[in-house]
Structure formats: structure tokens, C-alpha cells
Design a protein. Structure first.
Ligand SMILES: [Zn+2]
Length: 364
């Protein structure tokens, strides 16, 4: 595919990206199951998560490609999924293999250019056991008032920014990232809120996977994310440890990051988080040999990305998304997860193709 051809798969809004994905699948004679979201998009449009299944439903091998856990990252993952469909490599699947492509698992966040979902829940922190006591994030407490500062500019904002700066100076960058991004389960209007029950997208993901629980023996999952890591680089990260980690590294390379691995190989690049979709996938497909990665496509320096996320948090809690400032914040948070730069997009397309190739290697 030419470079210009590749660029055409990177769409500028969720409605266009969804239309492209659905039309490529339809043109290929593939069935698209659309799961309508209860809420509408910002222009009143219908929202849905679309799932395409290729191959026999009761195959022993299952490959799952998921986009849009974080809504604002959907356009990046969507382009990778649409490119996979368009190249028609699925026409030569390994024997006994099913592919399940889940497009925009958090469609509300995708349409509203939000990381979180309709409940202000970070879906990537929502796969918890809500019958057990939820963890407390003591570090978040120290920054809570500053994170929720109602003013965007002015004296109060300056004081809030100083609290962030002082926290980093008297603790560490790692503590700061844990405080803000680690997830919290106490403040439903706060940042990185993990929820108090499984949200719509969580329940849907489990429902989409459940039919394979009996037949799937070997499962490989790729979940697309963006906004973390070096610009244009697609890092493979796994939540798995021990022999599962060894298997994941044998598929995707020794450099796979493993934040939960406590051995000396731990690279500290990606922080330990809990309640990610991996936990829901693991529970739903409990009997399968599961090899699951997240691909993180890097964009801008981490503190700039974090600023964009915190500004969008302010916009949601205290601002007006329809205002000029609201539009500027939305444009910025999108650019920080989905750069317009054609070279960045080409790099993402190339890396995704490599990862998909690795995913199918050795199956069948
Ligand atoms: Zn993400």
C-alpha cells in the first residue's frame, strides 16, 4: 500500500472512522455486529461498538484486536484495525483460528474526545472486583484539590499549579504519576476514577468474549493505546508475569515491557496499574492459554500529555466544551493522542502490521 493510501485510513473524527471500518468489513462480505450505546454523540448521532468476527466461531485459536479503551485514542487503533481488514490478510488465516475485531469499546469517549467514558470512568481502571474492598490511592489525596481547581487561569490556578510542582519536588516523578494516573475509587467527579461497578463497555467486552470461553484454547489479544512513550514508537506492554510473560516475549520480542514483573528485567517505563481490561479478559477466558499485550504508540513528552488530560478534566467539570477554549482543549488532547503528522501515522501503520504479523505467527 502506498504512503498516501495508508494516510486515508487515519480519520479525523469517530463517525468517519466508524463508517470506514464498517464499510471495509461490509465490502469484504464480513458480518458486523453493532452494539448500540445507550447515549448519543455530541451531535445527537447514534454511538456503537462494532465487532467483526472472521473464521469459525468454535476455533481453538482466537485473536482479538481491541481499539478505544480510552476514547480519545480510538482513531489511532481504528486506523490499525481498518488497515488490517483492507489488506485482506485475514483471507489466509492459520487453520482453526478465529479473529475478533472490537472497534471502539468506549464509543462515548471516542465521540466526545474524552479518555473516560460517559460515567467519568477510566475504563482502563474499571475491571476490578467490586465485591471486595477497593484500593485507596493516598497519593491522589495530596493533589486532589489542585486537580479539581475550578479556575483555568488566575490566582487560584497558580496556587494549584504550585501544589503540583511542590509535590514532584518533595516526592518523585514516579509518585506523581502514581498519584494522578494510578486510578482512584473514591471521587466520581475526580481524575482517573475507576468506578464503583462494571460500566457499559466493561460488560460489553465480557459479553463479546464469553462465547469463546469454551472452545478457545490459545488466545492472543492486542489492545491499541496511544499517548505514552517515545514519539512514533509502538511499545508492547503486558500485564502478565512469569511463564506467561516468557511466552508473550517469545511472540513479541524480549523488549516487551512488563510493569508487574518484579524481577531485574523490570524497566520502570510503564507504571503498575490495576483494573485494566486484561483482568476482565483473563476472567472471561479463564481456561485458555492467554497472551495479551497493549500497544502504546508514543506521542509527545509525558508532562505535556498529562497537562492536556488535566485540562480536559477541568473542561468536563468546570468548563464549556462548546466554547472557543473548549474546542482548543479538545483539539489539543486529540493531537496529543493522535498527531496529524503523516510520518507519525505511517510509523504506527508499519508497527501495527508487524505486531499483527507476530500475533499470527506460530498459530495453527
Ligand atoms: Zn490508553
Amino acid at each position: 500500500m502506498t504512503s498516501a493510501g495508508v494516510q486515508a485510513y487515519f480519520r479525523e473524527n469517530f463517525a468517519d472512522a466508524r463508517e470506514l471500518f464498517v464499510s471495509i468489513a461490509g465490502d469484504s462480505g464480513l458480518h458486523v455486529a453493532s452494539h448500540q450505546h445507550p447515549l448519543a454523540g455530541p451531535d445527537g448521532e447514534t454511538l456503537s461498538t462494532d465487532a467483526v468476527t472472521i473464521g469459525e466461531p468454535d476455533a481453538e485459536n482466537l485473536v482479538v484486536l481491541i481499539s478505544g479503551t480510552h476514547g480519545v485514542e480510538t482513531l489511532c487503533g481504528s486506523a490499525c484495525q481498518s488497515l488490517y481488514l483492507a489488506k485482506r490478510e485475514w483471507q489466509k488465516l492459520p487453520v482453526n483460528t478465529t479473529v475478533l475485531i472490537i472497534h471502539a469499546i468506549n464509543p462515548w469517549g471516542a465521540a466526545h474526545i474524552r479518555r473516560n467514558n460517559e460515567d467519568n470512568v477510566d475504563l482502563g481502571r474499571n475491571f476490578m472486583n467490586f465485591d471486595a474492598p477497593l484500593p485507596k490511592n493516598a497519593k491522589y489525596e495530596a493533589l486532589r484539590a489542585a486537580i479539581d481547581c475550578p479556575e483555568f487561569r488566575g490566582a487560584e490556578r497558580d496556587r494549584a499549579d504550585n501544589i503540583h510542582t511542590r509535590y514532584i519536588a518533595s516526592n518523585s516523578i514516579n509518585d506523581y504519576v502514581d498519584a494522578i494516573m494510578g486510578g482512584q475509587y473514591e471521587y466520581s467527579n475526580g481524575f482517573a476514577y475507576g468506578g464503583n461497578a462494571p460500566v457499559w463497555s466493561n460488560r460489553l467486552l465480557r459479553n463479546l468474549l464469553a462465547p469463546y470461553a469454551r472452545s478457545a484454547r490459545k488466545v492472543r489479544v492486542v489492545e491499541y493505546h496511544s499517548g505514552l512513550g517515545p514519539y512514533g514508537y509502538g511499545a508492547a506492554v503486558t500485564m502478565q508475569v512469569n511463564e506467561d510473560l516468557q511466552r508473550v516475549q517469545s511472540i513479541y520480542g524480549r523488549w516487551v515491557d512488563a510493569p508487574n514483573d518484579t524481577s531485574e528485567k523490570h524497566k520502570e517505563r510503564f507504571h503498575k496499574v490495576q483494573g485494566t481490561p486484561y483482568d476482565g479478559i483473563r476472567e472471561t477466558l479463564a481456561d485458555a492459554e492467554l497472551s495479551a499485550i497493549v500497544v502504546e504508540f508514543g506521542t509527545y513528552p509525558p508532562f505535556e500529555s498529562l497537562r492536556a488530560l488535566l485540562d480536559d478534566h477541568w473542561l468536563t467539570q468546570s468548563g464549556d466544551p462548546a466554547s472557543a477554549m473548549g474546542r482548543e482543549i479538545k483539539q489539543r488532547i486529540l493531537e496529543y493522542h493522535y498527531p496529524a503528522d503523516p510520518d507519525w501515522r505511517q510509523a504506527i501503520a508499519d508497527r501495527s502490521a508487524q505486531i499483527i504479523d507476530q500475533t499470527f505467527r506460530g498459530l495453527g
